[in-house]
Design a protein around this ligand. Structure first.
Ligand code: 3NM
Length: 239
C-alpha cells in the first residue's frame, strides 16, 4: 500500500534522495546475519546495535544452516532485528523468505539464482521494496537487472567460511567486467571480505561490501564496522 511505501522511504533515505541513490548508499557496509552466525552467549540484537553504531548501513536477516530458527522463533527474531534497524534508520532486508518479508513488511528481500525473477518477487512484496539478487556471472547479472533487481550481490570475492556451498572465489573480475560494460547499478561485493582486503573491491567499482564473519566474529562488532566504513570511504569513480 501507499502507507507501506512511505514508511519504507522514511526508513532508508532522505525524501529528496533518489531511490537508486539511497540503495547505492545503503550498500556501503552491509551486514548479513542470522542466529547461527552469532557467537554463543551473544544477543543478536545487541550485536546488530553495536555494528550499526560502528557504521553498518544495511542489514540482511539470513537465517540459514544447521540449527537455524524456524516458525515463530524465526519470526520473533526477525521482528527484534527489524526494530533495531528501524530505530537507526537502516534498511531491513530478508534473505530468501518472501512470506516472512511480506509478513513483517521488510524494506526488501535478497534472493539467489534459484528463486523467482525480481519482478515477480516485487509483485508479492510491494512496489517500494528493495529487491537484491546474487549474481556470479555476467549473464546472471544482466538477467537479474533486466528482471528488475535493484542491486546485485557479487561474489564470492575471496574464500569464505560462512557459506558451505559457495562457488569458487573469483576476485574482483566480475565487478570490473560489469563496470567496464557500463553497468551502473548498485553492486555490493560478498565473500571473505574484511577491512584489510576491501580496497581492491572498491577500486573495482563496488558500491560497498557485505559481510558476515568480519563483523559477527570480530572481538568488537562496532570496531569492525568502523574499520569497514573507513575501508569503503573513498570508492574510485569507475562509473
Ligand atoms: N553469499 P563472510 S558468500 C552469504 O558468493 C554469502 O553469493 C555468498 O560470509 C556468495 O563475509 C557468502 O563471512 C558468505 O565470508 C559471506
Amino acid at each position: 500500500s501507499d502507507n507501506d511505501d512511505s514508511r519504507r522511504k522514511q526508513a532508508y533515505g532522505d525524501p529528496r534522495e533518489s531511490r537508486e541513490a539511497a540503495i547505492r548508499r545503503a550498500m556501503r557496509v552491509y551486514l548479513i546475519m542470522g542466529s547461527t552466525n552469532v557467537p554463543a552467549g551473544m544477543d543478536p540484537a545487541e550485536l546488530l546495535r553495536e555494528a550499526i553504531a560502528g557504521g553498518v548501513t544495511c542489514f540482511q536477516f539470513r537465517e540459514k544452516g544447521g540449527g537455524a530458527l524456524a516458525g515463530e522463533a524465526k519470526l520473533a527474531l526477525a521482528k527484534r532485528l527489524q526494530a533495531v534497524c528501524r530505530e537507526h534508520g537502516i534498511p531491513f532486508i530478508v534473505n530468501d523468505d518472501i512470506s516472512l518479508a511480506v509478513t513483517v513488511k521488510a524494506d526488501g528481500i535478497h534472493v539467489g539464482q534459484d528463486d523467482d525473477p525480481a519482478a515477480a518477487i516485487r509483485a508479492r512484496i510491494g512496489p517500494g521494496a528493495i529487491v537484491g539478487v546474487s549474481a556470479h556471472t555476467p549473464g546472471e547479472a544482466r538477467q537479474a537487472l533486466a528482471d528488475g533487481a535493484d542491486y546485485l550481490g557479487i561474489g564470492p570475492i575471496y574464500p569464505t567460511g560462512s557459506k558451505p556451498d559457495a562457488k569458487a572465489p573469483q576476485g574482483t573480475r566480475l565487478l570490473e567486467e560489469l563496470r567496464a560494460a557500463g553497468i551502473g547499478a548498485p553492486l555490493v561485493a560478498i565473500g571473505g571480505i574484511a577491512p584489510d582486503n576491501a580496497a581492491p573491491i572498491m577500486a573495482a567499482g563496488a558500491d560497498g561490501v557485505s559481510v558476515i564473519s568480519a563483523i559477527t566474529l570480530a572481538p568488537s562488532a562496532r570496531e569492525a564496522a568502523l574499520q569497514l566504513a573507513g575501508a569503503t570511504a573513498e570508492p574510485q569513480q569507475q562509473r
